[in-house]
Design a protein around this ligand. Sequence first.
Ligand SMILES: [Zn+2]
Length: 643
Amino acid sequence: MRGFCIVDFERNETLCGMNRCPGWKRSIVRANWVVLPSVLLLWLSPSARADFSIAKGGKAKCVIVQQPKATLAESNAVRELAETLQKITGATFAIQGAEGDEAPKGASIVGVGSAARALFPEMALDKLGSEEIVMKVKGGRLLLAGGGPRGTPYAVYRFLQEQCGVRWWAPWATTIPNRRTLSVPNLAVRSQPAFEYRDPYWSAAFEPYWKVHNVANGGSRPVPEDLGGCIQYKGFAHTFYPLVPPDKYFGPHPEWYSLINGKRTHDNAQLCLSNPELRDFMVQRVKEWLRESPEARIISVTQNDCHGACQCANCKAIDDAEGSPSGSMLTFVNYIAEKIEPEFPNVAVDTFAYQYTRHPPGTLRARPNVIVRLCSIECNFREPLDHPSNAAFLADLQGWSKICRRLYVWDYVTDFAHYVLPHPNWFVLGPNLRLFQAYNVKGVFEEGAYAGPGAEMAELESWVLAQLLWNPRQDDRALTKEFLRGYYGERAEDIIWQYLELMHDASKGFNLRCFLGRDPPHLRFQPLAGAERLWQQAEVAASRETDPEKLMRVRMGHLPVRYACLKWWVPLRKECREQNANWPWLESRKATAEEFRAVCQGVPAKDWTQVKVLNEGGLQVDAFLKAFAQDTPDLDGPLPPQR
Ligand SMILES: [Zn+2]
């Protein structure tokens, strides 16, 4: 999903066609109505206060009861529950095994077992969905349990977050409140995630404990089984050539590769998807891969990261009949999915609707064991995906949602050309996930900055996305403010919120791609100078926090505005002069670059503070700053006297 993407944007926009489906507004309303009951069923009794006491005055009021057949992930969650409750209350919590159908009053029962079944028969615990969770207080006992391999750990972590106030902002930033007296109300929660596959793909979101605490289950970065595991892919993207390597097979079988302009080629090309021999060879290759990786639940059979679809008569006939190159792709993938199903009934075959295949076919349907990942790479991320500027994508989303039962989305949430640059997409995260849910999307991969720390709002987007992937009906702006307060501190919260609003407002009307386009209005002098002043204020505010890490986080948050100042120094100086305005940065670009370098160097032994890579292409900090090693005088003379 890189490299060729930039040049293909413009062409693709015209390929994708118009909104073909006038009925989409009706179906979205209907879809909303259907999905709501599955999101969260919560009822609290307002009259019942302090229904279950966990600790009083630093003394434990409950014991934790573990089920006899608890998995390693479940017993780890039990231990973490006891340790975290101890940190909150100062009390020590005993862990004991369940004895038959019994558990004493004051028990926090964790997991599904005979005691939970006997004491909470109304919860039908054996019918819980694979990640469905229960938090229930009854008869002086608390039950935390869930279905499948991760449900019970998730119930524990959601309980600690929702009921006890714990927040896992980033692997290096956790909030654990201090409450010597802690009780929870008369809970009766039964909920399940809105999406079966949830993957905020930011380097801040790779750490396995962070993932399980924030209920992210994507397999792009694995979670070990003793923490509950994840949904494992075999291959993940662009697997055509790993499955059918041209250096081995192009020689004997050129006919397996694309025919382009009358010539078989493997250069910037794909496979000849209608070739029957290739199809059967691919079935064998997929089976080999799956036998090597029995843990995989999804195998990626996905196009290369370029165009180059086969133009042979047979491929073209399918694509012409279906009105899209997704015709031959889906025919191919359906065939493989059908052939592997007897041996691998629990595995889905995944393919892309990406660039030239984004437009759905006219008559085909995806088999039930096929996942289509629809990719939003061409879209405008300043606006939600149902904005008129994204009409072609919305039409494709609607089209695929009608013909694919397991539709996933590969979404883009950073600027890949400039990770460390203001990228005001934060207010579309919630609307877009709600849109995906309304169209019955089952999984979402949110591709952010994955090469290391320092990217614009990386921790914020990781955390907010993880919350919304579990339940997109939450107030995304409230979640954003909550994160700012928790991560940057209450003194800087409002100032950084103003920065988010400033950049959002200043980018109005701009087509915000995931690779920066020309002349972004939010990077002109006036908004950027305003942003600079806000970050300076935020640094002063955060310097008054007792936790010195808050200031480090704010200084890193400031980097994107400084990056913009350095990169566009000359035109910004020109604008400043024309507007007779005050220049908020240092007078020396070299000194500004040195400030930038000092923040990027971070602190020894704290990897998250060390910024090394500035874009997807791997641009290093030193290479970026090299151009600013010497100051040069302003071409039009110095700025007017500053007020
Ligand atoms: Zn062909």
